[in-house]
Design a protein around this ligand. Structure first.
Ligand code: Q46
Ligand code: ZN
Length: 333
């Protein structure tokens, strides 16, 4: 490992890797041993390695797998789900939550993206919105203190580069290993933020974690991949450059170089699902499934006639998961 001026045998590599992760958890005060952690797992090397490390460290870490319904010619979602279930089976004490997007909301990610974008563009923006919503919902509904993702140093530095190239000072102020809990949003942490992508891959290989090698087909051609490629070239010339870039940024951020806007966006609960939103009325997630039109239809009938779940009973409704529907409960009260 030229970037750390370190050479380790397999046994000591595993020890080093686990210790590095634990150090990040402590240094950035991500969570305490008594807190319950929900790890978002995709079936890839980063998220499965993270779940593995947290379990080995004795944290109360459960997994969340979101089936996006992506095929991409490689059966992406089906294979990734199989990797996640195989991993979870080896840790019977840990719970695996599974949310199937098509079964829950009526459409896969490519289908809803096609409908919304009318065939133009990639589904990534829609996918990100859905994943953020579902991760937060499961974390809140099941009482997890914190949501952990497998973002590694390469991911973080690529985002950093994009934010710097566009001088997105608001994003820079919020790019951190920990995003504190706020008005209905669970705390988010990235314990691998100082771990190189190839270090996580090496950990998974040595540990014998079976992960999906294919990336989601929609990653191809993204600017993130371009930035990763540029940063890899820089790293090849100057080992440790990525880590240095990231740590210097965190120091500058700590020293107040990037300030969040004085006026914080106020968040209000969405009247449909209850999750925080910065816009009046239904949140972007509910609007994605056409809930706002159904809402208006049910308003027209008058609250007194509402069945148990007016949204789910309307013919256009795709929101089969009644857990997300807060409107009837609030009205009933
Ligand atoms: S899963 Fe979803 Fe990614 Fe695939 S559709 Fe795009 S955002 S690329 S991490
Ligand atoms: Zn909503």
């Amino acid at each position: 490992m030229r970037q750390h001026k370190l050479a380790l045998c397999e046994e000591h590599y595993l020890e080093w890797f686990v210790a590095q992760t634990e150090r990040a958890v402590h240094k950035y005060r991500m969570f305490a041993p008594e807190e319950r952690v929900l790890v978002a797992v995709s079936g890839g090397k980063d998220s499965l390695s993270l779940w593995d490390v947290l379990l080995r460290l004795g944290y109360q870490a459960d997994g969340l797998y979101i089936n996006l319904g992506i095929d991409g010619g490689v059966d992406y979602s089906a294979v990734s789900f199989q990797k996640v279930t195989a991993f979870a089976a080896a840790w019977p004490a840990a719970r695996l939550h599974v949310v199937d997007i098509a079964a829950t909301y009526g459409e896969t990610i490519p289908q809803v993206a096609r409908r919304k974008l009318r065939g133009r563009g990639k589904p990534c923006a829609v996918c990100g919105l859905v994943k953020r919503h579902v991760m937060n919902r499961i974390a809140r509904e099941h009482g997890y203190s914190v949501l952990a993702t497998g973002h590694n140093l390469d991911d973080e530095v690529a985002v950093l580069m994009s934010n710097v190239l566009h001088w997105q000072t608001g994003y820079l102020a919020r790019q951190a290993p920990v995003l504190e809990e706020r008005e209905g949003l669970a705390r988010k942490v990235k314990p691998f933020c100082r771990i190189y992508e190839r270090e996580a891959a090496a950990y998974a290989l040595i540990r014998g974690i079976d992960y999906i090698y294919d990336e989601c087909v929609y990653v191809a051609g993204s600017t993130t991949l371009l930035y990763k490629d540029l940063l890899n070239r820089l790293e090849a010339e100057s080992p440790g450059a990525k880590l240095q870039f990231y740590l210097s940024f965190l120091r500058a951020r700590e020293e107040g170089l990037f300030r969040e806007p004085a006026e914080q966006v106020t968040l209000n609960p969405c009247p449909i699902c209850g999750q925080p939103t910065s816009v009046p009325g239904p949140c972007a997630f509910c609007r994605l499934w056409g809930v706002e039109t159904r809402n208006l239809e049910s308003e027209a009938d008058g609250p007194a006639d509402l069945p148990t779940c007016p949204l789910a009973h309307l013919p256009t409704c795709r929101l089969a998961d009644l857990q997300t529907c807060r409107l009837p409960r609030e009205r009933a009260g």
